[in-house]
Design a protein around this ligand. Structure first.
Ligand code: NAI
Length: 323
């Protein structure tokens, strides 16, 4: 009987050059033949992918209902990453193919990034760095450099990353509160933090608001003009979740008027930034949707994907199923 095959599918423009599949092979090599396929965006899936027993899918190539219909033996489509909008989940479910993802490979990195942005704002790293490199030595930003133990760090969404951010903020001495209508009763007790019942309460009581909920129909534009107006004067806003949760026009306007003291964004509505004027918004730190990045996280992500694919080809239960 031929050995099962696992196809690793990645977009051609993606700089994935590991022809040996050096992370996946030690996990899968004893039970399956591995093949890596580079595809142009929207290019048809070749026979070696359609005929594979499991597919590991990097971000990009779209698995439409038509692609699913062409799969002859597939027992799992594993998204090598968090998002799975590139896969027609319903079509895969109808075909009896589980779709799985890897939701947790960047939990620590994203929480670290949220706190890095927060600390950069509180310690005014960038204005002071710019001043020092202008060969100046004046401290014009002292009013924003507040003692952390006097400050409230408010979290929207106490999931994996929100919890990791809460632990970090707590360690720095912040008073930590969260708003999450879906968190179980007692979540605040387990962590020794505060819980508020409404977003309005969180905005009114937090000196820093850090966004950690997913982008859903409910959270798109969750932080708009009214919510930004409801934030404390001089407060900081940090978003490492998804750009479309925070409306950028009222946010940038509040930074220009000085109503908000700063913002740290890893994600931006309609990212990347569009104009030099946006980029020149005062007290704005932006990073390039890079919060998840670390070589360790990449290895963890690929290892988890390979383990799920291994379970699939062995006929064992898969995990992280999303359809
Ligand atoms: P998670 O699913 O573990 O936690 C999300 C939390 O948000 C849950 O506790 C949920 O109850 C809560 N939530 C849902 N709707 C809410 C609402 N309307 N108001 C308040 N809370 C709400 O997700 P995880 O792993 O913590 O990730 C959070 C988000 O971080 C992801 O959805 C993703 O968008 C983003 N992310 C960003 C990365 C980056 O590189 N910047 C990398 C990885 C994730």
């Amino acid at each position: 009987m031929p050995r099962p095959t696992v196809a690793i599918v990645c977009p051609r423009e993606f700089k994935f050059t590991d022809h040996e599949a050096s992370v996946e092979r030690p996990v899968l090599g004893d039970v399956a033949e591995l093949t890596t396929v580079w595809l142009d965006f929207n290019a048809p899936f070749p026979a070696e992918v359609l005929g594979a027993d499991a597919i590991i899918l990097w971000h990009g190539p779209r698995v439409t209902a038509e692609v699913v219909a062409g799969m002859t033996r597939c027992r799992a489509i594993v998204r090598n990453g968090v998002g799975f909008d590139s896969v027609d989940l319903a079509a895969a479910a109808r075909a009896g193919i589980p779709v799985c993802n890897v939701p947790d490979y960047g939990t620590e990195e994203v929480a670290d990034h949220a706190l890095a942005l927060t600390l950069a704002l509180y310690r005014q790293l960038f204005p002071l760095d710019a001043e020092a490199k202008r060969l100046g030595w004046r401290i014009n930003v002292q009013h924003r450099m507040r003692r952390l133990s006097t400050q409230t760090f408010g979290i929207v969404g106490l999931g994996r990353i929100g919890t990791a951010a809460a632990l970090r903020a707590k360690a720095f001495g912040f008073r930590v509160v969260f708003f999450d209508p879906y968190a179980p009763a007692g979540a605040h007790k387990a962590l020794g933090i505060g819980r508020v019942g409404t977003l309005g309460e969180l905005l009114a009581t937090s000196d820093t608001v850090s966004i950690h909920c997913p982008l859903t129909a409910e959270t798109r534009g969750l932080i708009g003009e009214a919510e930004i107006a409801a934030m404390r004067p001089g407060a900081f806003l940090v978003n490492t979740a998804r750009g479309d949760i925070v409306r950028k026009a009222p946010l940038f306007a509040a930074l220009r008027t000085g109503h908000l003291g700063g913002a740290g964004l890893d994600v931006v509505e309609e990212e990347p930034l569009r104009t030099p004027e946006e980029a020149a918004t005062p007290n704005l730190i932006v990073t390039c949707h890079a919060a998840f990045c670390s070589p360790e996280g990449m290895v963890e992500m690929r290892t988890t994907s390979a383990r799920i694919a291994r379970a699939a080809v062995l006929g064992e239960p898969v995990w992280n199923r999303v359809n």
